[in-house]
Design a protein around this ligand. Structure first.
Ligand SMILES: C[S@@+](CC[C@H](N)C(=O)[O-])C[C@H]1O[C@@H](n2cnc3c(N)ncnc32)[C@H](O)[C@@H]1O
Length: 475
């Protein structure tokens, strides 16, 4: 981002801070308002905005670009802070009187180290690309500037090799063809790639001959990719960390790239990419096989983890006893493990059964063997129903875009023991809903919030919010 534009958004942030400072005089000062008065004012302002048609939902903004065949990850790349959801977040926190809402943005190029791309026929040629938002129009993305260079090289090599090997791209109208998606994850330290071919496969006995031909084609493709990806002669631009196949038998109208009933086959190389985030002097080797969630911009996400650690470190230093922490929607423990040393206990959890082994391997390598750190393969509702929130001093949540599950949100509002709730959100509309609910129905207030643009150029914002127990008694 140019200096002038950076200055412009700094000024805007200053203005927002100034405005929010203006409307919250201290008790006893002229114009002081109680929480209830402020809340009612917020409601009135929100209603007015709604009437004036300001609100743009995520789906509306998606619809607006679906008809254009442009790379959706580059829509706002000239000024990522201009993305509608970023603007909406700034506006929301100003309305909520949350001061100092800052939006952080890292480099706009080469940040994507996790890419899931579709494979379809375009002009009768197998093509690897992205669907334009809200559609199944494939947009080829050669040399995408958002992609880590290793992703672009892999797309080139794979596309060429698959074409030459006579691999058929999946056709969602007829349900024919095999290669439907590819997942490319980059090991940041070496630039080598963990490549997963998502292969349509039917195991109907009637298809036995077809199956044999198709699996031979797959074997040929894998063999060629391994040859190219491990060649020491520098002939290929592909450096392979590992190769996996995910068999997805789902029929035409299924948008999920990985199918939870689909089979995973490990063909080559180490099973997991190991990522160490440079946070303090912690040594936390996170394990990422392709069947677990991994942040697409781990460099920028590290800034979020660092902030969580700083705030919780300060809280821990103020509390009489080390706290007990519960993590929901925890993935492989990406957030929780980075605060485990500040706690008496950490119970992390996630619904994806593949995470548990990753979490436990990291803990084994961290040499934590006293049982204070544990993992439950349960969804967030099951965790809440097990009563675990009543034993927690800190709660850390990082739900998918749809936000907190209803039962979880209801329980969060009612539970009385936890003193801090750390909420990381990748879906701003859902966060807005959850935040309003927690503030209105629970005893929570927002201590601090900040935005992180993890996908510069896309219409997205990652929100980090710290909720603490309300201390005023006038609500
Ligand atoms: C945005 S990811 C965050 C994971 C982790 N914090 C990280 O940064 O790697 C959301 C996680 O929620 C999990 N998830 C989705 N729905 C869930 C549910 N209802 N209950 C528990 N986990 C869920 C997914 O498997 C995924 O690992």
């Amino acid at each position: 981002m140019g200096k002038a534009k950076c200055k412009e958004s700094q000024n805007k942030r200053k203005q927002v801070r100034k405005q929010s400072k203006k409307v919250i005089p201290k008790p006893g000062e002229k114009g002081f308002k109680t929480s209830t008065q402020l809340r009612n004012e917020r409601k009135r302002r929100a209603k007015k905005k709604e009437k004036s048609g300001y609100r743009q939902t995520e789906s509306e903004s998606v619809e607006a670009v679906s008809s254009m065949n442009i790379d959706p990850s580059l829509l706002y790349v000239k000024n990522p802070r201009k993305a509608p959801l970023v603007q909406k977040a700034v506006h929301f926190f100003a309305q909520q009187n949350v001061p100092n809402f800052t939006v952080f943005c890292g480099p706009a190029k080469a940040w994507r180290t996790v890419a899931k791309l579709a494979v379809r026929n375009v002009n009768n040629e197998l093509t690897v690309g992205l669907f334009a938002p809200g559609s199944h129009n494939l947009v080829a993305v050669p040399d995408c500037p958002a992609h880590h260079p290793s992703v672009n090289c892999t797309v080139d090599v794979l596309q060429e090799t698959a074409r030459r090997s006579g691999i058929r791209a999946f056709d969602e109208v007829t349900g024919t063809g095999n290669l439907r998606h590819v997942a490319i994850n980059v090991e940041r330290a070496t630039g080598s790639v963990q490549l997963t071919l998502v292969w349509k496969f039917t195991d109907q006995p009637a298809d036995a001959t077809t199956n044999k031909e198709e699996s031979e084609a797959l074997d040929r493709l894998c063999k060629k990719l391994i040859q190219q990806g491990t060649s020491s002669k520098g002939e290929s631009s592909l450096t392979l960390h590992s190769l996996w196949v995910h068999y997805n038998a789902a029929w035409k109208h299924d948008n999920a790239i990985f199918n939870h009933t689909g089979r995973w086959e490990h063909r080559h190389g180490p099973k997991s990419i190991v990522e160490n985030l440079a946070i303090d002097d912690l040594k936390i080797p996170l394990q990422f096989p392709p069947n677990v969630f991994r942040q697409a911009n781990l460099d920028a996400f590290t800034g979020i983890i660092r902030k969580i650690r700083n705030v919780l470190q300060e809280r821990a230093s103020l509390s009489a006893a080390p706290p007990a922490c519960v993590e929901l929607y925890g993935g492989v423990g990406t957030l929780g493990l980075h605060v485990a040393d500040l706690c008496r206990s950490l119970v992390s959890s996630d619904e994806n059964p593949h995470n548990k082994a990753c979490f436990e391997e990291t803990v084994r390598q961290m040499k934590v063997s006293d049982g204070s750190v544990s993992y439950k393969s349960l969804n967030a509702t099951e965790m809440v129903n097990s009563g675990v929130l009543n034993e927690a001093d800190w709660i850390v949540v990082d739900p998918p875009r749809k936000g907190l599950d209803d039962v979880v949100l209801g329980a969060m509002a009612e539970v009385t023991r936890p003193q801090i709730l750390v909420y990381v959100s990748c879906g701003f509309d859902a966060f807005q809903r959850d935040c309003k609910y927690l503030v209105q129905h629970g005893q929570w207030e927002v201590l601090h919030a900040e935005g992180h643009i993890l996908f510069p150029g896309s219409d997205a914002i990652e929100t980090l919010a710290f909720f603490v127990r309300r201390t005023d008694d006038d609500s």
